[in-house]
Design a binder for this molecule. Structure first.
Ligand SMILES: [Zn+2]
Length: 471
């Protein structure tokens, strides 16, 4: 997913120059660095688009783990019976059992890439001018390679974690999603992935601004996707005899009221912390407004001013918007039916029932029916607790001293919704640094910095060690 998870846009428009230059961070010892790069190349060159599936990549990872000495009972390949090419590989690194396991997630699938659109072959890893190019280099085979290499390195070092470390390399996060790995594992193989804590490398990470390290983002929450159908009918009849009862006009009037409606401001622990941190980083006039909305209760005038910006608006409230409309059946007849799709993104903690009743009240016309298309996969916030934030700071500051660490809510969604919906607190803690203007995830000539890749491998090894601590 990646693309929606960053504060891309705010960050680059903040235009802050902080005091520290982006001095290179630590990288792994030479042998581990070479192994990580070799694994990265292997994974990028196995095409894992929606059509191809993830099974070949999952099997390749299985071979590396067995070769590294993981017992075969702890290296489990599973695929849905009706989707054999949507395979998942789950490995358990056994610990001392002092706490319930921690689960690391990395999706193996990538978005389609057409070679004719790219300046290099998207399914070959190309190193050029300090960059690695290829599909999945930023979303997220760099994370998969870092997880796998770290497992091999920890094993070789005879590292003994205090709790089990589970790593799930999964299918079908991107477009398609008919055999989503985490959803399948939670439903059919819960014992394999059951954990007290989930770390997903498909989000979070460092933001450069003008080449300097601006902040490290921790993804703690995302909005919930939910869709409603609005429908209304009228008697119809001949187009030459229009009267007052017309489904199209009625629906249009209702949608006009919806356009003017705004859900109340709703803050979470995460968005409150985000605004407070961003206020510190933003020298501009918005800084005071950010501080004022971070208060309890939030300042309504400040919230109104910030809501002028569509991104801040999306962080401050549940949103609903009409995305499709249809109506009528013939050019020369009065309509018998009009229908609209309203797409909502709920704040964590909001409910589909509450949103539906707000829609009914706002439409204010009992002849317009509102129906829920499908029950949402609810994604509660995983609170940025002092305990988890201290662990994140321990790892991040060991790599990149002093960078501000900011908890963030994504307006899109990722596999986190599966694990959060299953009651497992989940945090996005990717290891890559990118510039907000640079993110090419899902796009042409996707790339990651060579230095950034090496640092991310080292970071992931440290992350796994810190997160394996029982407390
Ligand atoms: Zn992704």
């Amino acid at each position: 997913m990646r693309a929606f998870k960053r504060w891309v846009g705010f960050v680059s428009c903040l235009g802050v120059t902080l005091g520290w230059a982006a001095t290179p961070g630590p990288v792994p010892p030479p042998d581990d660095r070479e192994l990580a790069r070799a694994i990265f190349k292997e994974l990028v060159e196995i095409k894992t688009t929606h059509d191809m599936g993830s099974t070949i990549a999952a099997r390749a990872i299985e071979q590396h783990l067995l070769k590294a000495g993981f017992p075969s009972r702890d290296v489990v390949f599973v695929a849905p019976a009706d989707h054999p090419m949507k395979g998942n590989l789950v490995v358990r690194y056994r610990g001392k059992g002092k706490a319930p396991p921690v689960l690391f997630l990395g999706h193996l699938d990538v978005v389609e890439a057409k070679p004719e659109d790219w300046s290099v072959d998207p399914f070959e890893l190309t190193e050029k001018d300090g960059w690695f190019y290829g599909r999945g280099t930023i979303d997220m085979k760099e994370g998969d390679a870092a997880l796998l290499e770290s497992l091999v390195r920890l094993k070789r070092e005879h590292f003994k974690p205090e709790r089990d470390l589970i790593v799930a390399f999964t299918a079908d996060e991107e477009a398609g999603g008919d055999a989503n790995g985490p959803a399948f594992l939670l439903k059919e193989h819960r014992d394999l992935v059951d954990a007290a804590l989930v770390i997903n490398l498909d989000g979070g990470g460092g933001d450069y601004s003008r080449g300097e390290r601006q902040m490290y983002e921790v993804g703690t929450s995302e909005k919930t996707y939910v869709t409603y159908t609005l429908e209304t009918t009228s008697p119809g009849r001949h187009g030459s005899l229009p009267g007052p009862d017309n489904a199209i006009y009625r629906l249009a009037d209702g949608l006009g009221r919806l356009e003017a409606f705004r859900f109340p401001v709703m803050l979470t622990d995460t968005t409150r912390a985000s605004f407070a941190k961003l206020a510190d980083l933003d020298p501009g006039p918005r800084s005071a407004d950010m501080r004022a909305v971070a208060q309890t209760p939030p300042d309504p005038a400040a919230a109104d001013r910030l809501s002028q910006n569509v991104r801040f608006n999306a962080l401050l409230r549940t949103t609903c918007v009409a995305t499709l409309i249809s109506g009528g059946h013939a050019e020369n007849a009065l309509p018998q039916r009009a229908k609209a799709t309203v797409q909502c993104r709920m704040m964590p903690g909001d409910s589909a029932e509450h949103v539906q009743s707000a829609l009914v009240t706002t439409l204010n016309d009992s002849r317009i029916t509102v129906t829920l298309d499908a029950p949402p996969i609810v994604s509660p916030e995983s609170r940025p607790t002092p305990q988890i934030m201290a662990k994140v700071a321990e790892v991040v500051h060991s790599m990149w001293p002093k960078v501000p660490i900011v908890p963030t809510m994504a307006t899109g969604f990722s596999d986190d919704r599966q694990t959060r919906n299953a009651g497992m607190p989940s945090y996005d803690l990717g290891g890559i640094w990118i510039d907000g203007d640079e993110n090419r995830a899902h796009g042409r000539d996707e790339r990651v910095g060579v230095q950034e890749f090496d640092e991310s491998v080292e970071y992931t090894w440290r992350l796994m060690k810190v997160m394996s601590k029982a407390r």
